[in-house]
Design a protein around this ligand. Structure first.
Ligand SMILES: [Zn+2]
Length: 368
Protein backbone atom coordinates (compact mmCIF):
# COMPACT_ATOMS: atom_id res chain seq x y z
CA UNK A 1 0.00 0.00 0.00
CA UNK A 2 2.84 2.42 0.85
CA UNK A 3 2.73 5.66 2.78
CA UNK A 4 -0.86 6.77 2.25
CA UNK A 5 -1.08 9.62 4.76
CA UNK A 6 0.41 13.10 4.59
CA UNK A 7 0.64 15.13 7.81
CA UNK A 8 0.59 18.93 7.78
CA UNK A 9 1.21 21.12 10.81
CA UNK A 10 -0.73 24.34 10.29
CA UNK A 11 0.40 26.88 12.82
CA UNK A 12 0.98 30.61 12.77
CA UNK A 13 0.10 33.92 14.45
CA UNK A 14 -3.02 34.20 12.23
CA UNK A 15 -5.08 31.78 10.20
CA UNK A 16 -8.30 32.38 8.29
CA UNK A 17 -10.19 29.50 6.74
CA UNK A 18 -12.95 31.23 4.85
CA UNK A 19 -16.03 29.19 4.17
CA UNK A 20 -19.21 29.51 2.14
CA UNK A 21 -20.33 31.98 4.80
CA UNK A 22 -17.44 34.33 4.17
CA UNK A 23 -18.34 35.74 0.77
CA UNK A 24 -19.94 38.89 2.10
CA UNK A 25 -18.71 42.00 3.86
CA UNK A 26 -18.19 40.09 7.08
CA UNK A 27 -15.60 37.45 6.27
CA UNK A 28 -15.58 34.78 8.90
CA UNK A 29 -13.23 31.91 9.49
CA UNK A 30 -14.19 28.31 10.16
CA UNK A 31 -12.98 26.77 13.42
CA UNK A 32 -10.57 24.53 11.49
CA UNK A 33 -8.91 24.38 8.05
CA UNK A 34 -11.36 23.74 5.22
CA UNK A 35 -10.75 21.18 2.49
CA UNK A 36 -10.89 23.96 -0.06
CA UNK A 37 -8.26 25.98 1.84
CA UNK A 38 -5.91 23.02 2.32
CA UNK A 39 -6.19 21.85 -1.30
CA UNK A 40 -5.65 25.44 -2.48
CA UNK A 41 -2.45 25.56 -0.44
CA UNK A 42 -1.32 22.24 -1.92
CA UNK A 43 -1.93 23.62 -5.42
CA UNK A 44 0.33 26.57 -4.53
CA UNK A 45 3.01 24.13 -3.34
CA UNK A 46 2.84 22.20 -6.63
CA UNK A 47 2.64 25.44 -8.63
CA UNK A 48 -0.80 24.98 -10.19
CA UNK A 49 -2.54 28.29 -11.00
CA UNK A 50 -6.04 28.60 -9.51
CA UNK A 51 -7.57 28.92 -12.96
CA UNK A 52 -6.06 25.59 -14.06
CA UNK A 53 -6.50 23.56 -10.88
CA UNK A 54 -9.80 21.98 -11.97
CA UNK A 55 -8.28 20.47 -15.12
CA UNK A 56 -5.95 17.94 -13.62
CA UNK A 57 -5.27 18.40 -9.94
CA UNK A 58 -8.54 19.08 -8.15
CA UNK A 59 -10.20 15.79 -9.17
CA UNK A 60 -7.18 13.89 -7.73
CA UNK A 61 -6.88 16.02 -4.60
CA UNK A 62 -10.62 15.90 -3.82
CA UNK A 63 -10.42 12.12 -3.52
CA UNK A 64 -8.11 12.42 -0.50
CA UNK A 65 -9.84 11.99 2.84
CA UNK A 66 -9.09 14.80 5.25
CA UNK A 67 -9.01 14.77 9.04
CA UNK A 68 -8.08 17.69 11.28
CA UNK A 69 -6.94 17.50 14.89
CA UNK A 70 -7.44 20.80 16.69
CA UNK A 71 -4.34 20.86 18.91
CA UNK A 72 -4.91 24.50 19.86
CA UNK A 73 -8.19 26.15 18.81
CA UNK A 74 -6.79 29.69 18.94
CA UNK A 75 -8.64 32.90 19.76
CA UNK A 76 -11.02 34.63 17.35
CA UNK A 77 -10.00 38.13 16.39
CA UNK A 78 -11.13 40.87 14.01
CA UNK A 79 -8.97 43.27 12.05
CA UNK A 80 -9.59 46.81 10.85
CA UNK A 81 -9.90 46.62 7.11
CA UNK A 82 -11.10 49.06 4.49
CA UNK A 83 -11.83 48.45 0.83
CA UNK A 84 -12.58 50.76 -2.04
CA UNK A 85 -10.72 53.89 -0.88
CA UNK A 86 -10.78 56.29 -3.82
CA UNK A 87 -13.70 54.54 -5.44
CA UNK A 88 -16.20 57.15 -4.18
CA UNK A 89 -18.50 54.61 -2.62
CA UNK A 90 -21.58 55.78 -0.89
CA UNK A 91 -21.61 54.67 2.73
CA UNK A 92 -24.37 54.98 5.28
CA UNK A 93 -24.12 57.34 8.25
CA UNK A 94 -26.44 58.01 11.17
CA UNK A 95 -29.88 59.62 10.64
CA UNK A 96 -30.21 58.28 7.11
CA UNK A 97 -27.38 60.44 5.74
CA UNK A 98 -24.75 59.14 3.37
CA UNK A 99 -21.25 60.21 2.39
CA UNK A 100 -18.47 59.01 0.08
CA UNK A 101 -15.57 57.06 1.52
CA UNK A 102 -13.98 53.68 2.00
CA UNK A 103 -16.09 50.78 3.16
CA UNK A 104 -15.22 49.17 6.45
CA UNK A 105 -15.25 45.39 6.25
CA UNK A 106 -14.61 42.87 8.97
CA UNK A 107 -12.32 39.92 8.70
CA UNK A 108 -12.09 37.25 11.26
CA UNK A 109 -8.93 35.31 12.14
CA UNK A 110 -7.85 32.55 14.47
CA UNK A 111 -4.85 33.71 16.53
CA UNK A 112 -2.22 31.25 17.72
CA UNK A 113 -4.10 28.18 16.59
CA UNK A 114 -2.38 24.91 15.80
CA UNK A 115 -3.82 22.13 13.66
CA UNK A 116 -2.62 18.71 12.63
CA UNK A 117 -4.09 17.84 9.24
CA UNK A 118 -4.00 14.32 7.80
CA UNK A 119 -4.67 13.75 4.09
CA UNK A 120 -5.16 10.12 3.17
CA UNK A 121 -5.30 8.38 -0.21
CA UNK A 122 -3.15 7.10 -3.06
CA UNK A 123 0.46 6.54 -1.92
CA UNK A 124 2.09 7.86 -5.12
CA UNK A 125 0.05 11.06 -4.89
CA UNK A 126 0.88 11.47 -1.17
CA UNK A 127 4.59 11.10 -1.88
CA UNK A 128 4.43 13.77 -4.60
CA UNK A 129 2.53 16.13 -2.29
CA UNK A 130 5.01 15.70 0.54
CA UNK A 131 7.86 16.66 -1.80
CA UNK A 132 5.96 19.71 -3.02
CA UNK A 133 5.09 20.94 0.48
CA UNK A 134 8.71 20.51 1.61
CA UNK A 135 9.88 22.58 -1.33
CA UNK A 136 6.90 24.70 -2.42
CA UNK A 137 6.85 26.46 -5.76
CA UNK A 138 4.85 29.41 -4.40
CA UNK A 139 4.49 30.87 -0.93
CA UNK A 140 2.18 28.90 1.32
CA UNK A 141 -0.23 30.71 3.57
CA UNK A 142 -2.79 29.64 6.13
CA UNK A 143 -6.04 30.30 4.29
CA UNK A 144 -5.60 33.98 3.51
CA UNK A 145 -2.61 35.90 2.21
CA UNK A 146 -0.68 37.53 5.07
CA UNK A 147 -1.40 34.49 7.26
CA UNK A 148 2.10 33.06 7.20
CA UNK A 149 3.03 29.75 8.78
CA UNK A 150 5.43 29.98 11.72
CA UNK A 151 7.06 26.59 11.23
CA UNK A 152 7.67 24.06 8.46
CA UNK A 153 4.44 22.24 7.64
CA UNK A 154 6.06 18.82 7.32
CA UNK A 155 6.83 18.09 10.94
CA UNK A 156 6.48 14.36 10.54
CA UNK A 157 7.05 12.24 7.43
CA UNK A 158 4.16 10.51 5.67
CA UNK A 159 3.21 7.04 6.86
CA UNK A 160 0.89 4.13 6.28
CA UNK A 161 -2.30 4.05 8.35
CA UNK A 162 -5.51 2.06 8.12
CA UNK A 163 -7.74 5.10 8.69
CA UNK A 164 -7.79 8.75 9.76
CA UNK A 165 -8.23 7.91 13.44
CA UNK A 166 -5.11 5.75 13.60
CA UNK A 167 -3.16 8.41 11.69
CA UNK A 168 -4.26 11.29 13.90
CA UNK A 169 -3.71 9.37 17.16
CA UNK A 170 -0.18 8.39 16.11
CA UNK A 171 1.17 11.92 16.61
CA UNK A 172 1.69 13.07 20.22
CA UNK A 173 0.33 16.40 21.43
CA UNK A 174 3.21 18.78 22.17
CA UNK A 175 3.52 22.16 23.81
CA UNK A 176 4.06 24.85 21.18
CA UNK A 177 5.51 27.29 23.74
CA UNK A 178 6.20 27.51 27.48
CA UNK A 179 2.78 28.91 28.34
CA UNK A 180 0.89 26.04 26.72
CA UNK A 181 -1.00 23.76 29.08
CA UNK A 182 -1.79 20.27 27.84
CA UNK A 183 -5.53 19.82 27.30
CA UNK A 184 -7.34 16.72 28.60
CA UNK A 185 -8.85 16.12 25.17
CA UNK A 186 -8.43 17.37 21.61
CA UNK A 187 -11.29 17.69 19.13
CA UNK A 188 -11.08 16.13 15.71
CA UNK A 189 -13.07 16.70 12.52
CA UNK A 190 -13.02 13.64 10.30
CA UNK A 191 -14.35 13.36 6.79
CA UNK A 192 -17.13 10.82 6.48
CA UNK A 193 -18.19 9.08 3.28
CA UNK A 194 -20.80 6.35 2.79
CA UNK A 195 -19.96 2.65 2.49
CA UNK A 196 -22.08 -0.41 1.80
CA UNK A 197 -21.96 -1.23 5.50
CA UNK A 198 -22.90 2.31 6.54
CA UNK A 199 -24.72 3.98 3.62
CA UNK A 200 -26.35 6.69 5.74
CA UNK A 201 -24.51 9.45 7.54
CA UNK A 202 -24.71 9.44 11.34
CA UNK A 203 -27.50 11.77 12.51
CA UNK A 204 -25.05 14.14 14.20
CA UNK A 205 -22.81 14.49 11.12
CA UNK A 206 -21.87 18.03 10.13
CA UNK A 207 -22.13 19.28 6.56
CA UNK A 208 -19.41 21.60 5.26
CA UNK A 209 -19.63 23.03 1.75
CA UNK A 210 -15.88 23.09 1.17
CA UNK A 211 -15.03 20.48 -1.44
CA UNK A 212 -13.59 22.56 -4.28
CA UNK A 213 -14.90 21.86 -7.76
CA UNK A 214 -13.45 25.06 -9.22
CA UNK A 215 -11.33 27.83 -7.68
CA UNK A 216 -12.20 30.37 -10.37
CA UNK A 217 -15.09 31.10 -10.05
CA UNK A 218 -15.30 29.38 -6.65
CA UNK A 219 -17.65 26.43 -6.63
CA UNK A 220 -18.00 23.89 -3.84
CA UNK A 221 -19.79 20.68 -3.00
CA UNK A 222 -20.78 19.48 0.46
CA UNK A 223 -19.16 16.72 2.48
CA UNK A 224 -19.92 15.12 5.81
CA UNK A 225 -17.77 15.50 8.90
CA UNK A 226 -17.94 13.73 12.20
CA UNK A 227 -16.60 15.26 15.38
CA UNK A 228 -14.58 13.01 17.65
CA UNK A 229 -12.70 13.67 20.86
CA UNK A 230 -9.28 12.17 21.53
CA UNK A 231 -7.90 11.84 25.05
CA UNK A 232 -4.46 13.36 25.69
CA UNK A 233 -2.30 11.39 28.13
CA UNK A 234 0.16 12.90 30.61
CA UNK A 235 3.12 12.41 28.27
CA UNK A 236 1.20 13.84 25.29
CA UNK A 237 0.12 10.53 23.78
CA UNK A 238 -3.25 10.76 22.03
CA UNK A 239 -5.87 8.01 21.92
CA UNK A 240 -9.55 7.43 21.27
CA UNK A 241 -11.84 7.92 24.24
CA UNK A 242 -12.81 4.34 25.20
CA UNK A 243 -15.95 5.47 26.99
CA UNK A 244 -17.19 7.45 23.99
CA UNK A 245 -16.45 4.45 21.76
CA UNK A 246 -18.53 2.21 24.03
CA UNK A 247 -21.52 4.51 24.01
CA UNK A 248 -21.66 4.11 20.27
CA UNK A 249 -20.09 7.27 18.88
CA UNK A 250 -19.55 6.09 15.32
CA UNK A 251 -15.96 5.69 14.22
CA UNK A 252 -15.69 6.70 10.59
CA UNK A 253 -15.05 4.01 7.99
CA UNK A 254 -12.52 4.54 5.28
CA UNK A 255 -14.17 4.83 1.87
CA UNK A 256 -13.26 7.33 -0.80
CA UNK A 257 -15.20 10.58 -1.21
CA UNK A 258 -16.91 10.69 -4.56
CA UNK A 259 -19.69 13.22 -5.00
CA UNK A 260 -19.09 13.20 -8.74
CA UNK A 261 -19.78 9.48 -9.13
CA UNK A 262 -22.02 8.23 -11.87
CA UNK A 263 -24.85 7.14 -9.53
CA UNK A 264 -25.22 10.67 -8.21
CA UNK A 265 -24.93 12.19 -11.68
CA UNK A 266 -27.70 9.89 -12.88
CA UNK A 267 -29.96 10.77 -9.91
CA UNK A 268 -29.28 14.45 -10.52
CA UNK A 269 -30.05 14.24 -14.25
CA UNK A 270 -33.28 12.33 -13.56
CA UNK A 271 -34.38 14.91 -11.03
CA UNK A 272 -33.71 17.79 -13.45
CA UNK A 273 -35.66 15.92 -16.08
CA UNK A 274 -38.66 15.23 -13.83
CA UNK A 275 -38.68 18.90 -12.78
CA UNK A 276 -38.67 19.80 -16.52
CA UNK A 277 -35.37 21.64 -16.12
CA UNK A 278 -37.15 24.34 -14.12
CA UNK A 279 -36.68 25.67 -10.60
CA UNK A 280 -39.34 24.07 -8.38
CA UNK A 281 -39.80 27.38 -6.58
CA UNK A 282 -39.87 30.12 -9.25
CA UNK A 283 -39.91 28.19 -12.57
CA UNK A 284 -36.77 29.88 -13.91
CA UNK A 285 -34.37 27.55 -15.73
CA UNK A 286 -32.75 25.36 -13.10
CA UNK A 287 -28.99 25.33 -12.86
CA UNK A 288 -28.56 23.33 -9.67
CA UNK A 289 -30.04 20.35 -7.96
CA UNK A 290 -30.45 20.77 -4.23
CA UNK A 291 -30.32 18.03 -1.62
CA UNK A 292 -33.31 18.32 0.70
CA UNK A 293 -31.65 15.66 2.80
CA UNK A 294 -28.06 14.44 2.91
CA UNK A 295 -29.00 11.08 4.42
CA UNK A 296 -28.08 9.22 1.27
CA UNK A 297 -25.70 11.80 -0.24
CA UNK A 298 -22.70 10.67 -2.25
CA UNK A 299 -24.31 8.33 -4.78
CA UNK A 300 -27.26 6.69 -2.97
CA UNK A 301 -29.72 9.56 -3.43
CA UNK A 302 -33.32 8.78 -4.22
CA UNK A 303 -35.34 11.17 -6.40
CA UNK A 304 -37.19 12.33 -3.29
CA UNK A 305 -33.90 13.63 -1.82
CA UNK A 306 -33.35 16.15 -4.62
CA UNK A 307 -35.03 19.24 -6.11
CA UNK A 308 -34.11 21.33 -9.15
CA UNK A 309 -33.48 24.99 -8.30
CA UNK A 310 -32.27 28.12 -10.06
CA UNK A 311 -29.14 29.79 -8.70
CA UNK A 312 -31.04 32.54 -6.87
CA UNK A 313 -33.50 30.23 -5.10
CA UNK A 314 -30.66 27.84 -4.33
CA UNK A 315 -28.66 30.61 -2.65
CA UNK A 316 -31.72 31.84 -0.75
CA UNK A 317 -32.53 28.35 0.56
CA UNK A 318 -28.91 27.67 1.46
CA UNK A 319 -28.58 30.94 3.38
CA UNK A 320 -31.74 30.23 5.35
CA UNK A 321 -30.41 26.77 6.15
CA UNK A 322 -27.13 28.17 7.43
CA UNK A 323 -28.97 30.74 9.48
CA UNK A 324 -30.97 27.98 11.13
CA UNK A 325 -27.91 25.75 11.59
CA UNK A 326 -29.72 22.81 9.99
CA UNK A 327 -28.11 19.36 10.03
CA UNK A 328 -28.68 16.55 7.59
CA UNK A 329 -32.29 17.26 6.72
CA UNK A 330 -32.63 20.50 4.79
CA UNK A 331 -35.33 22.81 3.50
CA UNK A 332 -37.80 21.42 1.00
CA UNK A 333 -38.53 24.53 -1.09
CA UNK A 334 -41.86 23.09 -2.23
CA UNK A 335 -43.35 23.18 1.24
CA UNK A 336 -45.58 26.23 1.81
CA UNK A 337 -44.10 26.90 5.26
CA UNK A 338 -40.84 28.10 3.63
CA UNK A 339 -42.46 30.27 0.95
CA UNK A 340 -42.28 33.67 2.63
CA UNK A 341 -38.79 33.07 3.99
CA UNK A 342 -37.47 32.16 0.55
CA UNK A 343 -39.16 35.14 -1.13
CA UNK A 344 -37.71 37.53 1.45
CA UNK A 345 -34.24 36.04 1.26
CA UNK A 346 -34.29 36.25 -2.56
CA UNK A 347 -35.09 39.95 -2.32
CA UNK A 348 -32.35 40.47 0.22
CA UNK A 349 -29.80 38.74 -2.04
CA UNK A 350 -30.81 40.78 -5.11
CA UNK A 351 -30.56 44.02 -3.16
CA UNK A 352 -27.27 43.02 -1.60
CA UNK A 353 -25.68 41.90 -4.87
CA UNK A 354 -26.51 45.11 -6.68
CA UNK A 355 -25.01 47.12 -3.80
CA UNK A 356 -22.02 44.85 -3.65
CA UNK A 357 -21.14 45.22 -7.35
CA UNK A 358 -21.57 48.97 -7.10
CA UNK A 359 -19.35 49.51 -4.13
CA UNK A 360 -16.55 47.05 -4.31
CA UNK A 361 -14.38 45.31 -6.83
CA UNK A 362 -12.47 42.74 -4.83
CA UNK A 363 -8.79 42.37 -5.63
CA UNK A 364 -7.47 38.96 -6.63
CA UNK A 365 -6.30 38.45 -3.07
CA UNK A 366 -9.81 38.85 -1.74
CA UNK A 367 -11.43 36.34 -4.06
CA UNK A 368 -11.50 33.26 -1.93
ZN1 LIG B 1 -35.87 29.81 -8.58
Amino acid sequence: MGDNTLFLRLEGPLQAWGSHESKFVVRRTSEAPTKSGVLGMICAAIGVPRSEAALEWLPKLRSLLMGVRIDKPGVRWWDYHTVGAGMQMRIAEAEGKTKDGPLLTRREYLCDASFLVALQGDAALISKLEKSVRNPKWTLYLGRKACVPSRPMIERPSGEYSDLVSALTSVPWRKRNKEDIAPKTVECLLEWTPTKAQPEAPPDALVWHDVPILFEPPSHQPRFLTRTSFVVGTNGDVHLDEKAAQTGTPTPPRPRADYTDSAYRKARAERLDSDHGLCVFCKSPATTVQHITYRRAGGNESQEDLRALCRLCHDAVTMIEYGLGMGIDRINPELPQWRDDIINKREEIIKFRSLETRRRRPSAEEVE
